[in-house]
Design a protein around this ligand. Structure first.
Ligand SMILES: [Zn+2]
Length: 225
């Protein structure tokens, strides 16, 4: 087999390791999931960032999480315009077909998409040269503008964290605009949460089921569990 390079070979080596170890260890689980289909209790909306795989951070097993990943873990506005909306399709499928019990919006520290919104580095770019990213992160512009007004003297680091957390809250509010979400939440069969993972410290901030403010989960508390 041709080997396009070390990084590609890394994929093949990883697959071999997966088949030999993880797949073998969970063979029964995979067989059951194949015959019964998936029934994940949770949807996670996460960033595409290579450092923050939700299945790794939450130590999830196959079949446990229905995951949507894209830049900055944003929930865009619900737009019923007949166009191609991959995020809306995934949310609709999770809510109405899989009937997940929980949706978690999972942001993270040092998010490049959030930084792009703050810096405006892709503003006025053509699609293919940053324009797609610009249009995407424009969906959190209301939150960015609100922060610019409420914390004008904040440092770059403070603004970055504030927008990372604020965009999670905005995404949760937007989730409630999708058909069926508010109704299911009111009936207590669906719960919406936010989380923010700090890559450097491993710290997790959680916004649980209607909480107004994030609670930090200390690492030593996690280790006691
Ligand atoms: Zn990110």
């Amino acid at each position: 087999m041709n080997k396009p390079g070390d990084h590609f070979q890394r994929l093949m080596d990883g697959y071999e390791m997966f088949r030999a170890v993880e797949y073998e260890r969970q063979r029964e689980r995979y067989a059951r999931l194949a015959s019964e289909g998936q029934r994940p209790p949770m949807m996670v909306i996460a960033c595409s960032d290579s450092r923050v795989d939700p299945a790794t951070v939450f130590h999830a097993a196959p079949g446990e999480m229905f995951v949507l990943r894209h830049i900055a873990a944003l929930v865009p506005p619900c737009e019923k315009d007949g166009r191609h909306h991959s995020a809306a399709a995934a949310i609709e499928f999770a809510i109405t077909q899989l009937e997940v019990e929980h949706v978690l919006v999972f942001g993270h520290g040092g998010c490049g998409g959030i930084a792009a919104s703050l810096s405006g580095c892709f503003d006025h770019r053509e699609e293919g040269e940053g324009g797609f990213v610009h249009h995407w992160v424009e969906t959190i512009r209301p939150e960015r503008d609100r922060l610019e007004e409420t914390m004008p003297d904040a440092s770059e680091e403070e603004r970055q964290l504030a927008l990372e957390l604020g965009s999670i809250k905005l995404s949760l509010a937007r989730l409630r605009e999708f058909p069926g979400v508010g109704d299911r939440e009111a009936r207590g069969v669906l719960h919406l949460h936010g989380a923010h993972f700090d890559i450097r410290s491993g710290t997790l901030r959680m916004l649980v089921d209607g909480d107004e403010e994030f609670q930090t989960i200390a690492v030593d508390e996690v280790e006691k569990v």
